[in-house]
Design a binder for this molecule. Structure first.
Ligand SMILES: [Zn+2]
Length: 75
């Protein structure tokens, strides 16, 4: 069952809603102000890319960019 994230266009409240059936959309309203001017956000199921980007290459002492390939033994 998909969970959708909505933002209220009236008060800006963001909330997640579990949608079991289409009729849930009809009764969907902002939990803060009760309005139904809602904008659907991106699904929270999108995978999160955690942490800093990591290189799959082993690091050589020069910082990964060896000016003379082969000298550090990694290139
Ligand atoms: Zn609202």
């Amino acid at each position: 069952m998909p969970i959708y994230e909505y933002s209220c266009q009236d008060c800006g409240t963001r909330f997640e809603k579990l949608i079991r059936r289409d009729s849930d959309l009809d009764s969907l309203s902002c939990p803060s102000c009760g309005q139904q001017h809602l904008a659907k956000q991106h699904s929270t199921f999108a995978p999160q890319m955690g942490g800093a980007k990591q290189s799959a290459m082993p690091m050589c002492p020069s910082g990964g960019v060896c000016p003379t390939p082969g000298k550090c033994g990694l290139n």
